[in-house]
Design a protein around this ligand. Structure first.
Ligand code: PXL
Length: 277
């Protein structure tokens, strides 16, 4: 079946994140991908000295109304970076109105990393993001986001009891399937913790020193691409992890490319992993 899905996140014109990453990755995964930009920024907010920010919040309900009139709906909706708390309410309306029955809503909180909220977000935004994530079928928080969504202490080093605690709290709040990204129990490795039907499965892989911008978006996009090609949540999590690692490896050593990863160079591997060629 030829699937049309929708992704809602910002356009950072430069910086290899959000829509400029999601659209090519989802297209490479063979999915017709409609986009809804939440905002347009000159560049992302991680590491540049400033940025323009054009908020598109009030376009969202107008676009939804048009799609309702045209009877345009989507086999899945995947949300990433959103520009404001108000926007989150509009996104909920879009999911309610335009996601086909039985279609999956996948939410990446895309609001924090390394213990800190991204620039421009506040507690009010976190509260709104909680409601969105707890209404989703699948969420992809990193450890910082999971801690913020559950009002838990953020820990830089932790063991399984901490991720168990975060899991329990997320499930108690209504989370369904959880894909924890960047879960590292040992200094030399990291991985993805997948909680489906309440039971956890961990995919551990090598850790590459130094964080890279945009890898959360690369990861979530590849995950959605695999999932919507029929792979299980765990297999999709693995495929996305291997792809993201390759993207980081292909970027390492190029100090001028600090703002994102050269994901384009790894797309052939993703297409092979998805068995599309
Ligand atoms: O990659 C997440 C992201 C998306 N969009 C914008 C960002 C960031 C992270 O900093 O600034 C605008």
């Amino acid at each position: 079946m030829y699937k049309r899905i929708l992704t809602i996140q910002d356009i950072s014109c430069v910086g290899q994140c959000s829509l400029t990453v999601a659209l090519p990755i989802l297209s490479a995964a063979g999915l017709e991908t409609a986009i809804l930009p939440s905002a347009v920024l000159s560049n992302h907010t991680g590491g540049f000295s400033g940025w323009t920010f054009t908020d598109l919040t009030e376009d969202l309900p107008k676009i939804r109304e048009r799609w309702e009139l045209e009877k345009v709906d989507f086999a899945a909706v995947y949300t990433g970076y959103l520009g404001s708390a108000k926007q989150i309410d509009y996104v909920k309306d879009i999911v309610k109105s335009r996601l086909v029955s039985g279609g999956r809503f996948i939410a990446d909180p895309a609001m924090a990393d390394n213990g800190k909220l991204y620039a421009g977000f506040d507690d009010n935004f976190v509260e709104a993001m909680k409601k969105l994530c707890f209404s989703a079928d699948i969420i992809l928080p990193n450890i910082t986001e999971a801690a913020m969504l559950t009002k838990s202490e953020y820990k830089e080093s932790y063991d399984k009891s901490y991720t168990d605690e975060l899991t329990e709290k997320l499930l108690a709040n209504g989370a369904k399937t959880i894909i924890f990204t960047g879960v590292s129990y040992k200094p030399e490795t990291t991985g993805v913790l997948v909680v489906e039907n309440g039971s956890p499965q961990y995919y551990e892989h090598r850790k590459i020193a130094g964080g890279c911008h945009g890898t959360g978006d690369v990861y979530a996009s590849a995950f959605v691409g695999a999932l919507e090609n029929g792979f299980s949540a765990f297999d999709s999590a693995k495929i996305a992890a291997d792809f993201t690692l390759e993207c980081i490896e292909k970027t390492q050593g190029d100090s001028e490319h600090w703002y994102g990863v050269k994901f384009e160079t790894a797309l052939p591997s993703l297409i092979k992993a998805l068995k599309l060629i």
